[in-house]
Design a protein around this ligand. Structure first.
Ligand SMILES: Cc1cc2nc3c(=O)[nH]c(=O)nc-3n(C[C@H](O)[C@H](O)[C@H](O)COP(=O)(O)OP(=O)(O)OC[C@H]3O[C@@H](n4cnc5c(N)ncnc54)[C@H](O)[C@@H]3O)c2cc1C
Length: 515
């Protein structure tokens, strides 16, 4: 893109028209008219993509009064009803921000176990969480609720706006939309999915393995009696696990079937592709017809070489992709956003210690590496070949040991993550589970996205950090250490009872105290 001088200071109301016709959701803005020069509008952060990662990040930034604009290329939210699972750690994050109740109304609770390579084992005993279940919920509902939450907090979401280019300089980023509109912000975050335009324009490599197989997924009418379908399916599923036809009501079935070949995933599949795939695997096409929608996904595994270049960052599928086995992708992206939000906000608000923003990549890239590896392993375990089948049987036996089951479940649910905060007790760097405190539940005190000192000694203080960190003195809190300092993402940043040591750690995570 050609460069352009951007001068105007941001205004509280950026002048973009609110679009009553844009529908139900207040705060959703109409796409600007083609060619409209909006270079004079400035934001702190522009987020490319209003999927789950982008919406969560926008909400987290708004908790700290950061001016956020989310640009989403699609005019309408997706209609693909992909049921995804929110795992324990994501449910905890939602509880920490007061969002869980809304989600629970739209989903179905299921047991937390049995997700590693679909090996049917119950969850290990005593999972250390109040939210020890899986919430099955349609992805479009999650996206809607997260976007509504971000908008309620003051984020602007503009649909029908595709990020097509950007240029960064010392002060900020100039973002160009597909229609030539230019917008100015201090940071840009690419939450624009696996084929991320932002990542490509940034020149960040995305090494890994390409798709070896492809799966078709859709909702179609089926012209075969239910009993016949069930019998045929049971037979085929003995050897082909990633295959199903599930009744959706009114003669419509959710159909998942291996594609006959790896095709161009930018193009939706055709009805004929479904018929061919079904015939190849089941010897019949089940009389499928009248599709509601059809989609395809591959099993590529890739990780961005970097998560940050200057003022541009990547999060969610834009930074990592892997096969859906274990149901971790959306969870991983939302958790990236939760890690990044308060750090980027601190940078913008001017109190971030020097290394804070870079700790996003330092903490989250290893987590993504681990997820990629566990999905590679799970993919092998789903193979019908005799070798992998033997390993699967062995692992199935090993999972009867609670420790093995717990280890694998903690990977899938992201409750086993321990960030490297240096030497210290095992709890340091881990999440703190929701516990009873004198004001109710700990997570209920984290809705505002601030740090928290949970102090059983009742003699410590957060002093000059009180504008960023809350203090709860509670000798009755169910902790087996005297005090913990929690970051806004609920990870334990310090354990101890010494004020000077606490002050050092408050500086490390929350910058210089206010005067
Ligand atoms: C069959 C299947 C089942 C799955 N099941 C699960 C599961 O159970 N649990 C789980 O955690 N995950 C699951 N996943 C993975 C999950 O769907 C993704 O990881 C998740 O959608 C990633 O969210 P995201 O916001 O990072 O990216 P996306 O959801 O891809 O969102 C990116 C957004 O950016 C927009 N965009 C793209 N380019 C631009 C641009 N240039 N400018 C502006 N906007 C742009 C897109 O329109 C989109 O709205 C599954 C995936 C598949 C395929």
């Amino acid at each position: 893109m050609h460069s352009q001088q951007v001068t105007a200071e941001p205004q509280p109301n950026d002048g973009a028209e609110r679009d009553s016709a844009a529908g139900d959701v207040p705060g959703v803005l109409r796409s600007p008219a083609p060619g409209t020069d909006r270079a004079s509008l400035a934001f702190d952060v522009i987020i490319a993509g209003c999927g789950p990662t982008g919406a969560m990040l926008a909400a987290e930034l708004r908790l700290h009064d950061v001016r956020v604009l989310v640009l989403e290329k699609e005019i309408e939210p997706t209609s693909f009803v992909r049921i995804v699972g929110l795992h324990v750690r994501s449910l905890e994050l939602m509880a920490m921000r007061g969002l869980l109740e809304r989600l629970l109304q739209h989903g179905r609770r299921r047991p937390a176990g049995g997700f590693f390579a679909a090996i049917p084992k119950p969850a290990p005993k005593g999972l250390d969480s109040t939210y020890a279940y899986l919430l099955g919920i349609p992805q479009p509902v999650i996206e809607r609720l997260l976007a509504e939450h971000a908008i309620e907090l003051g984020a602007q979401v503009r649909r029908g706006c595709a990020v097509a280019g950007f240029e960064q300089d010392d002060e900020g980023v100039t973002v160009e939309l597909a229609d030539g509109t230019r917008l100015r912000s201090r940071y840009l975050v690419g939450c624009d999915g696996g084929r991320s335009t932002v990542r490509k324009l940034l020149g960040v490599g995305f090494p890994g393995e390409p798709s070896r197989t492809e799966t078709l997924m859709g909702e179609l009418a089926v012209g075969m009696p239910q009993e016949e379908i069930a019998a045929r399916m049971a037979e085929v599923r003995e050897t082909h696990r990633p295959f199903w036809l599930r009744p959706f009501g009114e003669g419509i079935y959710s159909v998942v079937v291996p594609a006959p070949e790896v095709g161009d995933r930018a193009q939706p599949p055709t009805l004929e592709d479904f018929k061919q795939g079904l015939r190849a695997i089941a010897g019949t096409d089940f009389g499928v017809h009248s599709p509601r929608w059809m989609s395809r996904f591959g099993d590529a595994t890739r990780l961005a070489e970097r998560y940050r270049v200057g003022r541009v960052l990547l999060a969610g599928d834009a930074a990592h992709i892997h096969p859906p086995i274990g149901g971790q992708g959306l969870n991983l992206g939302v958790q990236d956003a939760f890690n990044l939000g308060w750090k980027l906000a601190a940078q913008i608000r001017g109190w971030a210690p020097e290394a804070l923003l870079d700790s996003y990549e330092a903490e989250r890239r290893p987590v993504a590496e681990d997820v990629l590896d566990n999905t590679r392993a799970q993919t092998e375990l789903l193979s019908a070949e005799p070798g992998p089948q033997a390993v699967r049987r062995l692992l199935t036996e090993l999972m009867d040991f609670d420790e093995v089951n717990r280890h694998l479940t903690e990977k899938i649910t992201a409750t086993g993550i321990r960030y490297d905060f240096g030497e210290g007790p095992d709890l340091l760097g881990r999440r703190l589970h929701d516990l009873d405190v004198k004001q109710g539940h700990l997570y209920g005190l984290l809705h505002r996205g601030r740090g928290l000192l949970l102090d059983r000694t009742e003699r410590l203080t957060v002093g000059g950090w009180s504008d960023r960190v809350d203090h709860l003195a509670d000798p009755t809190a169910e902790l087996d250490v005297p005090c913990v300092l929690l970051r806004p993402d609920g990870h334990v940043a310090w354990i101890g009872d010494d004020q000077q040591d606490l002050d050092d750690h408050l500086s490390r995570w929350f910058g210089r105290p206010a005067d």
